[in-house]
Write a protein that binds this ligand. Structure first.
Ligand code: IMP
Ligand code: MG
Length: 184
């Protein structure tokens, strides 16, 4: 039991669920990027994707490199504007390489859409997205279509496994719905 557990209304994905999800994604990615001529680079978006990245990279059994980007959205904090400023850019050159963006959760997808446009201008050989969670809410089309999706997420504010509320709860080992009284 953690002192953070009391702020969680219900658990959506347990540690065991998460392990199963990540193993399945790792196997799928390993198959897709197997063989000569592939040059896989995982790019995680800081900070939320860090936990997923750490697990996913160890579930992939083909050679790979990793790098990180940090971005911040302009404007209204509660809603993604899709206008993004790069806070930390890549250290590696991705030209001609097989890039896989690793994201914690996809909501509007606007941040990711910008990022994909920015990265594709650097001419990678391929560019795909692995999202741990996808809030694909009916009537609300995401701006991008991730090739690898861990699980679908209901329209609730979730924390844990890298996901935060005001920079807290990232270290919870499961994903849970935050009690509304915590953020309202
Ligand atoms: P998008 O541009 O609307 O797809 O915004 C996605 C980003 O919003 C994610 O990378 C998260 O940082 C954040 N986010 C969206 N939904 C949640 C949530 O339920 N919990 C925590 N962070 C979230
Ligand atoms: Mg994020």
């Amino acid at each position: 039991m953690s002192t953070m557990d009391k702020d969680v209304e219900r658990v959506l994905f347990s540690e065991e669920d998460i392990h199963g999800i990540v193993q399945r994604l790792g196997k799928q990615i390993s198959e897709d990027y197997a063989g000569e001529g592939k040059d896989l680079v995982l790019i995680a978006v800081l900070r939320g994707a860090v936990v997923f990245m750490g697990d996913l990279m160890r579930a992939i059994d083909v050679p790979l490199a990793i790098d990180f980007m940090a971005v911040s959205s302009y404007g209204d904090k509660a809603k993604s504007s899709g206008i993004v400023r790069i806070i930390k850019d890549l250290d590696v050159d991705i030209k001609g390489r097989d890039v896989l963006i690793v994201e914690d959760i996809l909501d509007s997808g606007l941040t990711l859409k910008y990022l994909m446009k920015n990265l594709s201008a650097r001419h990678p050989a391929s560019l795909e997205v692995a999202a741990f969670l996808w809030k694909d809410i009916e009537g609300k089309q995401a701006a991008v279509n991730p090739k690898y999706v861990g699980a679908h997420c209901p329209d609730a504010f979730v924390v844990g496994y890298g996901l935060d509320f005001a920079e807290k709860y990232r270290n919870l080992p499961y994903v849970g719905v935050l009690k509304p009284e915590v953020y309202s």
